[in-house]
Design a protein around this ligand. Structure first.
Ligand SMILES: Cc1cc2nc3c(=O)[nH]c(=O)nc-3n(C[C@H](O)[C@H](O)[C@H](O)COP(=O)(O)OP(=O)(O)OC[C@H]3O[C@@H](n4cnc5c(N)ncnc54)[C@H](O)[C@@H]3O)c2cc1C
Ligand code: SF4
Length: 600
């Protein structure tokens, strides 16, 4: 089995997985490695990072020195080849496009989806994060607890490779000994942030990122991940040996041809394909899940984007993993006699409670970091340290004025600049030329730091997506219309971020780019712009109040599962993808069990 076309795909599979990103990759991997015959439908084109990644290109070889453009917002060399805030021919709409009510929707139409680009920050949710309502009365508790997901976090971390340390901090879980890879050393700016952060009571610890700081242990991990399955162990051991350790030199957002970081295209799909159990069908845009008169899912109808023709494939089980909002869209568009308001929607909750991460940025100039010696490598293409939320007790005691926390990511260092070295802030806006420019570049490169706050959003009634009754995409498929609103909790959280960051820059002896604004509405990033979309088909303990049960299985259709972030009942400050993969693995295990028992 391999990359297939509509005519070479077989008629019937055990499982159809829609989407090939973190969720689809993980679900297909687990299912195929354990013997299920799987068809993966991917709307985007085939993509092979090993041959297509522009890892070593320099800014001077790109238009505008590689700067972002509307087509490539993250820069010319960004790994996302088809996608962005707008996808040609595939619009979405906003019910209320005014500031603060708009949702921005990022999509990557390519094999591997957003995992080809993502930041690789891989944090576990903690015990509080699965029971937030029990702590403060807001939002929803999940029907599962940290203990249910922990074994899957362990497995995912071992499979993809995550660097970091166990620090034993509150609601910041440790991994079992030996699971995490050693973190890289902190950069000089990160060391200063740690030292001065300590003086104002803020911890800084090694980041957790899905980057191989050393090669994975192919002699022991495969047996832990696939006990009793000699074939899976052999294939995974072979594949792990083809993943090199990071050489600390290139931006991870371009992808990694040596397979040192996690992307679905380099970690999940190759070993799954090697089993012979996985067929991947690119350019297949799922329109709806088909059902029979008894309400059982029979397969998926999709548009072959190369011909525009409508096609169908069938399977015993369907897994939606198209990204949270896209999976909600497929459910809402899957209308039939037994399900006139869409599939899985008897509760009326499909599309409801979509969430993003709360975001705000802050930058400053730190004279202490001027004139550091030039060096030829600057570590991983991402942070080496971060700050987990540290004010749980003060928050629970009601001292902060908002209900949920945030973590802090840092940008420091002396990476090769895509534009002129920014000296404006340090030199009161004066621009330098010629010899002076070179001196300034040497002096100021590395002397700027930026803090990024990433906070928890509480699900609310005003943030949801629905089918726009008037607009279809170029395939004739009805599109999503978004509604969005931040609550006072998120707005106040951002105001707190700003004050914290301003204090921190001052503690580092630096100057902030601007003054903190007590009004968080000005600093909060628009909904969707952190690209951590979750919710829209939340899991719960009761069919009347949720779309799936605790196994990510829809209440209404027992052979339909949702593997992506749509099932999140809350969106902790922790970046969602590690949890998406853990839940996808767990759902796939459930499918395998239920198939073995003859229940599916
Ligand atoms: C710039 C950036 C930085 C990020 N950084 C981080 C980070 O550091 N940490 C973190 O945890 N998360 C991060 N994320 C978010 C992370 O990428 C997502 O959470 C993750 O990829 C979600 O996985 P997914 O499988 O649900 O969706 P995706 O990875 O988007 O995959 C969905 C796939 O489904 C396909 N698809 C969609 N609709 C259909 C359809 N109708 N039919 C067939 N196929 C379809 C898409 O083409 C896509 O390939 C980042 C994202 C971006 C863009
Ligand atoms: S920094 Fe390391 S993991 Fe990231 S792209 Fe470069 S080699 Fe790969």
């Amino acid at each position: 089995m391999a990359i297939v076309t509509p005519s070479s795909a077989t008629d019937r599979y055990d499982v159809i997985v829609v989407g090939s990103g973190a969720a689809g990759g993980q679900a297909a991997y687990t299912l195929a490695m354990e013997g299920a015959r799987v068809l993966m439908l991917e709307a985007g084109r085939n993509y092979d990072p090993r041959s297509e990644t522009p890892m070593f290109k320099t800014p001077d070889a790109a238009p505008l020195r590689g700067r972002g453009t509307p087509d490539k917002p993250f820069g010319f060399y960004d790994a996302t080849v088809d996608g962005g805030w707008q996808v040609p021919g595939e619009p979405y709409t906003n019910a209320l496009p005014e500031k603060g009510r708009e949702f921005k929707w990022w999509r990557a139409r390519m094999l591997g989806g957003r995992t080809n680009h993502w930041g690789r920050i891989s944090l576990r949710n903690g015990p509080y994060d699965f029971k937030p309502r029990s702590r403060d009365g807001l939002g929803f508790d999940w029907p599962i607890s940290y203990e249910d997901v922990a074994p899957y976090y362990d497995k995912v971390e071992m499979l993809i490779g995550v660097y970091g340390t166990n620090e034993g901090l509150e609601n910041t879980p440790n991994s079992p000994d030996g699971v995490l890879l050693p973190p890289p050393k902190a950069r000089i700016g990160e060391l200063l942030a740690r030292q001065r952060g300590r003086s104002i009571g803020i911890p800084v610890i090694p980041a957790h990122r899905a980057v191989l700081s050393r090669a994975l242990d192919h002699t022991s991990i495969p047996a832990k991940l696939h006990p009793g399955n000699a074939k899976a162990q052999r294939l995974l051991a072979e594949d792990m040996q083809n993943r090199a350790a990071c050489f600390w030199a290139t931006p991870c957002g371009r992808g990694c041809a040596i397979r040192a970081n996690y992307q679905s295209t380099t970690v999940h799909i190759p070993p799954a394909m090697a089993t012979g159990n996985l067929d991947v069908l690119p350019n297949a845009m799922a329109r709806e899940v088909t059902v029979d008169s008894s309400g059982t899912a029979t397969g998926v109808s999709y548009v072959d984007r190369t011909t525009g023709l409508e096609r169908r494939v069938s399977a015993r089980v369907v897994v939606l993993a198209a990204g949270a909002c896209e999976s909600a869209r497929i459910l809402l568009n899957s209308k039939s006699a037994p399900f006139p308001s869409g599939l899985g929607n008897s509760s009326g909750l499909v599309g409801k409670y979509i969430m993003d991460t709360v975001g705000a940025n802050w930058g400053g100039h730190i004279p202490l970091l001027e004139g550091t010696p030039p060096h030829n490598e600057d570590g991983a293409g991402g942070g080496h340290v971060y700050t987990p939320w540290w004010l749980y007790k003060e928050q629970l005691a009601g001292k902060l004025g908002f209900a949920r926390g945030y973590h802090v990511e840092f940008e420091t260092g002396r990476r090769m600049s895509e534009g002129p070295i920014s000296t404006g802030d340090a030199r009161d806006g004066r621009v330098s030329y010629g010899h002076r420019l070179k001196e300034d570049a040497r002096r100021y490169n590395g002397s700027f730091v930026s803090f990024t706050g990433r906070g928890e959003m509480i699900p609310n009634e005003d943030s949801f997506c629905e089918i726009d009754p008037h607009v279809v995409d170029k395939w004739g498929i009805p599109v999503l219309r978004f509604h969005w609103k931040w609550s006072e909790h998120e707005i106040r959280q951002v105001a707190h971020m700003q004050r914290t960051f301003a204090d921190w820059i001052a503690a580092m002896g630096g100057t902030s780019k601007h003054r903190p604004d007590p009004d968080g509405t000005k600093a909060i990033e628009p909904g969707g712009s952190i690209i951590h979309e979750v919710g829209g088909a939340i899991m719960g303990a009761k069919a009347s109040a949720s779309v799936t049960n605790s196994w990510s299985q829809t209440w209404d259709v027992k052979n339909l599962f949702i593997a992506d972030g749509a099932v999140f009942a809350s969106n902790a400050d922790k970046n969602p993808t590690l949890t998406i993969m853990a839940l996808a693995w767990r759902a796939a295990d459930r499918i395998l069990d239920e198939m073995r028992r003859g229940n599916l």
